[in-house]
Design a protein around this ligand. Structure first.
Ligand SMILES: C[S@@+](CC[C@H](N)C(=O)[O-])C[C@H]1O[C@@H](n2cnc3c(N)ncnc32)[C@H](O)[C@@H]1O
Length: 305
């Protein structure tokens, strides 16, 4: 059975450069015309599937102006030409850092985690032949700063390992945004991120230092972070054999064709009988017929049959 998913060497990411101040002489007014907006929007769409509608023009304008300032450029058009030119990979990564929304927190999708632990995991394990050592692969795709993946890691330590000592649980977490991955690897969070963490998990897996909460190494060790663009067919080919994928609260940023493309990639990344979770406000209706929708107590999952 191919084991590509965890064969990766995890590339070191460069620290994100801070946005530099714009000097008075550079401080000309930047104006995003409708035609340049459409070209920029289409370029971003081609790169990552995120689709900015006309009504979101002002958002894109504000976000890209930071990059123009940092690059000391004079117009949106100059920036557009730059990202279309060969050798702009580093800037494209920085662009991803300003155009993505990274909202997340620990234990965000509680009902999904409960359904996973109580129903889906035992079902998947029952379909495995023996109690011989088995690897169980969980992927937090679009993990942002890591809260979802680390929630799963704490659940593995607290509830799954004692019950299934023979299982080797592997957790992969990925995002397109290098800056959030860097934060995730540090494992240091503010009050806002941990507000939903149950007290026993808080006591066991975090240390408070002033107004920050430091995650224990025991939890951090269980998760591998890497940069992955879910929209990129070449990058996504490398991911196979997952038992469960959490890809929550990212499809909302795509249009229908890019949702279809990403969901097809996730389908290919799952093992037969594996499950996909998406955000509570998201649906695969009109996106994919390949999955079977499974109704669980207070949650839904999509099964690859
Ligand atoms: C709102 S966060 C969701 C975090 C977490 N899954 C949750 O539900 O709490 C959405 C994440 O999707 C990432 N994202 C957006 N487009 C992406 C793409 N094409 N490939 C991978 N990640 C992407 C963003 O960088 C962002 O961190």
């Amino acid at each position: 059975m191919p084991q590509q998913l965890f064969k990766f060497k995890f590339a070191k990411t460069k620290p994100t450069a801070a946005v530099s101040g714009r000097t008075a002489s550079q401080d000309k007014e930047l104006i995003l015309s409708d035609s340049v907006f459409r070209e920029l929007r289409d370029e971003i769409y081609k790169l990552c599937g995120i689709y900015y509608t006309e009504s979101k023009k002002y958002l894109l304008e504000g976000r890209i102006s930071k990059r123009i300032t940092y690059r000391k450029m004079n117009s949106y058009e100059e920036y557009l030409n730059y990202i279309k030119s060969p050798g702009s990979r580093q800037e494209i990564n920085s662009l991803f850092e300003v155009i993505t929304i990274n909202e997340t927190y620990f234990f965000r999708a509680e009902q999904q985690f409960e359904a996973f632990v109580n129903i889906l995991l035992p079902e998947i394990l029952r379909s495995k032949p023996t109690r011989a050592p088995t690897t169980f692969r969980i992927w937090s795709a679009a993990s942002s700063t890591g809260e979802e993946a680390y929630t799963l890691a704490m659940i593995v330590l607290q509830r799954l390992k004692p019950k299934y000592p023979h299982i080797n649980f592997q957790i992969l977490a990925s995002d397109i945004n290098n800056a959030v991955l860097e934060t995730a690897r540090k494992g240091v969070y503010k009050e806002y991120a941990v507000r939903n963490v149950p007290p026993e998990y808080m006591a066991k897996y975090f240390t408070q230092s002033g107004n920050t909460y430091i995650l224990s190494n025991e939890v951090k060790r269980l998760v591998k972070f890497m940069k992955v663009n879910l929209y990129d067919p070449i990058e996504m080919k490398a991911f196979t054999n997952c038992n469960v994928i959490f890809c929550c609260n990212v499809l909302i940023y795509f249009d229908i064709p890019s949702k279809q493309q990403v969901v097809a990639h996730l389908y290919n990344a799952l093992q037969k009988n594996g499950y996909l979770f998406i955000g509570y406000s998201e649906s695969l209706h009109g996106i994919s017929k390949a999955f079977k929708l499974i109704h669980l107590p207070k949650a839904m999952a999509y099964k690859k049959e």
